[in-house]
Write a protein that binds this ligand. Structure first.
Ligand code: SF4
Length: 170
């Protein structure tokens, strides 16, 4: 008897990958991670440390892996750190996705995109436009990752540095 197929959950790194290459997003959705070089902090733990209310401590945030979290007065600020602004659009979408997911858990936050090597910082507020964009993108990704096979490789400048390069083009 074959195992039922469970559709993988859309997570931030998959949203990021989707903007760069849908094939990459599909591969990541199957837990094929050839290169994981960034540090994740568990938001749930941080929220606990920053003394959120008892209810909010209970929230499971396993699918959100956010680089940095801090409080600015009463406002929660989440930051996504990127090496370069090359994949900026994808990074923006990833950050907006985190803000969106938090909002669905009744956690209001604002976002920050940090490019330390370029000494740049970009703020993000989740407005209506971003909400709509994330809803549409999530739907597209959910459709994509239900397919049994990934879309065929499509060459772009990202392929040169992509960890799946050998897999796609060998
Ligand atoms: S090598 Fe290119 S086609 Fe293959 S997953 Fe990476 S970006 Fe996509």
């Amino acid at each position: 008897m074959s195992m039922p197929f469970l559709t993988p959950r859309v997570v931030g790194s998959i949203v990021n990958a989707y903007i760069i290459c849908p094939r990459k997003a599909w591969l990541m959705s199957r837990q094929i991670f050839p290169d994981e070089d960034y540090v994740y902090l568990h938001l749930g733990r941080l929220i606990q440390e920053q003394s959120y209310s008892r209810e909010k401590k209970e929230i499971h945030l396993e699918h959100l892996r956010i680089d940095l979290v801090r409080k600015e007065g009463e406002t929660l600020v989440i930051a996504e750190v990127k090496k370069s602004s090359r994949g900026k659009e994808a990074a923006r979408m990833q950050l907006a996705f985190y803000l969106y997911e938090l909002k669905t858990m009744s956690i209001e936050a604002k976002g920050e995109l940090l490019f330390p090597e370029e000494r740049r910082r970009e703020e993000m507020i989740l407005d209506e436009k971003w909400m709509k964009k994330i809803e549409e993108t999530k739907e597209k990704i959910e459709n994509l990752i239900q397919h049994e096979l990934p879309p065929p490789p499509k060459y772009s400048s990202y392929c040169n540095k992509c960890a799946y390069g050998e897999f796609c083009w060998a």
